[in-house]
Design a protein around this ligand. Structure first.
Ligand code: ATP
Length: 370
């Protein structure tokens, strides 16, 4: 097969400049996510389990487990984010994205005791999944097998997810191992959690970021960027990500076009760990220097095929290749697509040492209410 003539979205090394393209119009929005408690200044995740009103648990920095292969602690789940601390935490005032749902019981409830949300779990074993790549981390059968941390596990129980969907079973261990990933799975297959869980878990366990490294008060420096093609999908991802990150100290902000930028700027000023954005609005924020990508450790592209179809390639290439995004190898790239078009195959098969994950198309027929 002939070598591709262009570089990957995820390869910053020898990118050609691409001109900016206009932001597609979207329907007006009334709000940019739910209201949040006032925060006078941004507190990085590693400091958020300390209340300004309560004495710190210890004057010494919290102990860190020895780093694993990828710099992740190899110790028990949770760590400094895992809950259990007595003093009130900064995010105790966080609005509950689960609404009136009951709180997670103090005693962990076995995952299997929960009701699922409509996916036919019985059909899981029949769904063919193909992986390619070197030394692909093995899939898991349950969430309990994955070391995601106590707070995230609580939220998985709050979501009433009984067991991982096929894309989650495969993608989460691959992502947690620090590998780049290209996953082809249909809409509704649980892709959002497949990229959110490793990102949230990674941020919770990652090295503490110094305030000085997080940019000035007017320049937000997220640790993770989730790009999605539409305002609706961005809002949906934001909503899900807020549930998954509830009481973890990880802050999620959304920015999309077709809505006033003012509220989005205010949200960004309060601090952001995970930024969910449409490409056009993100380019705008980058040009205004209100967002810097210098701290990005995780880049997720959702519905990559749709982004190409909608003509966002120039913006995406600009974001990934021409701004201050760390290069691949420094950041981790997770690319999700419902189809597997040639352009994406070329980019990823030839330029990225990524694990390729194919969840076969007839997966969708197994997704029906029970
Ligand atoms: N492990 C799970 N167990 C039960 N329900 C799940 C699980 N994972 C995801 N879901 C639910 O399945 C539905 C579809 O998931 P999700 O929106 O993440 O799919 P998706 O592949 O990202 O779809 P889209 O392409 O529309 O974004 C959601 O209601 C989600 O809450």
């Amino acid at each position: 097969m002939a070598a591709p003539s262009r570089t990957s979205w995820a390869d910053v090394a020898d990118a050609e400049p691409a001109p900016p393209a206009p932001v597609p119009a979207a329907a007006p929005a009334t709000s940019n996510g739910p209201a949040r408690a006032d925060r006078s200044s941004y507190v990085p995740p590693h400091l958020r389990n300390r209340s300004s009103n309560a004495p710190p648990v210890s004057s010494a920095p919290p102990p860190r487990a020895a780093p694993g292969l990828l710099g992740r602690p190899t110790g028990g789940v949770g760590g400094r984010f895992g809950g259990g601390g007595a003093p009130p935490r900064r995010w105790d005032r966080e609005p509950n994205p689960f609404g009136d749902e009951e709180e997670v019981p103090a005693e962990p409830v076995p995952f299997d005791e929960h009701q699922n949300t409509g996916i036919n779990f019985e059909a899981y074993e029949d769904i063919p999944v193909e992986t390619s790549g070197r030394e692909v981390p093995p899939a898991v059968g349950t969430f309990a097998e994955i070391d995601l941390g106590a707070a995230l596990n609580d939220n998985i129980r709050r979501c009433k997810y009984v067991r991982p969907t096929p894309v989650q079973r495969h993608a989460i261990p691959i992502s947690l191992a620090g590998r780049d990933l290209m996953a082809c799975a249909q809409t509704g297959s649980g892709k959002t959690a497949a990229f959110c869980f490793p990102i949230i878990s990674g941020i919770m366990r990652g090295p503490p970021m110094q305030r000085s490294q997080r940019g000035g008060s007017r320049t937000a420096c997220p640790l993770a960027l989730i790009l999605s093609p539409t305002r609706e999908l961005s809002m949906q991802i934001h909503e899900e990500a807020r549930k998954f990150s509830y009481q973890t100290g990880v802050r999620v902000v959304v920015a999309y076009g077709g809505a006033p930028i003012t509220q989005q700027l205010r949200d960004l000023e309060r601090g952001v760990d995970i930024l969910v954005a449409t490409p056009g609005r993100l380019v705008d924020l980058l040009e205004r220097a209100r967002v810097s990508l210098q701290s990005i450790r995780y880049l997720a592209l959702d519905e990559a095929d749709r982004m190409l179809d909608m003509g966002f390639e120039p913006q995406v290439r600009r974001i990934v290749e021409q701004m201050d995004m760390p290069p691949r190898g420094v950041r981790q790239t997770l690319l999700f697509s419902a189809t597997f078009p040639g352009e994406i195959q070329v980019s990823f098969l030839f330029h990225i040492s990524a694990v390729i994950l194919m969840i076969y198309k007839y997966f969708k027929k197994h997704l029906h209410s029970i």
